[in-house]
Unconditional design. Sequence first.
Lengths: 139, 118
Amino acid sequence: MSAAALTPRVRVLVLCDEVIESEIEEAVFTLVGVRQQLVGDSYPLTASLSLFLVLSSPRKGAYQGNVVIVRVQTDKSLRYSKFEVEFDEDHQVQPLYLDLGECEFPEAGQYVIQVWFSPGQGQDVLKAEHPFDLFEYEE
Amino acid sequence: MEKKSPRPRIAPLRKVQAELVTDPAEQAELDQQRNRQPDVVRTRGSVRLSEPESPSPVVELSRKLPAEERQSLIMRMVAGLSPEMQFHLLEQLAAQLPADVVRQLEEELQARLVKAST
């Protein structure tokens, strides 16, 4: 079976500030500060980023993932972060609030957040991408 | 009566702190993996990071065929692929289908599985 089929599927990928789980309804979430862009006074710009992911897997188990921030203009990676996600049973859907911490961007431009998963053996597989833009404040 | 798909179990939200990779050797290894990824792989929300390649001569030739012959050609080519490659191809195609077509496909597959198990 292909490596892509052995890794979790990314059903949802949202760049946001906060995820709030409903207290009255199961599996319902409120996303705060959903963004497609960042605007900064000056560069390099440091921003605290979080992702809301909804993952699913046909097989239970723990999977190693990594999040890469890529600068589109140069196609160079700026930053790698690792995380682990666990599925307690087959065909489970796992919502994840992933805190990427403080991320530094050298200049304004187009960037992409990529989510990769490791199939255990063989090379990692790219499962989702989210493009976003960085701008400078204009007077 | 319409058969319903099994309802997936949705786990409670997990909050995870991603760990920054600072080891240059590990970064280099991840960069190598990233660069080895085939260009043809499409993902949810994908954007093109490099200039599009010029169309292959085979694709150009196939465009000259009538639609039904193109479909027949694709079916013959797909039949020659390994089950793993066929699965990967289906995954990519399913990601591009509209939601109502995916639902229809799901119902047909469910019906096929039920028929196969009886």
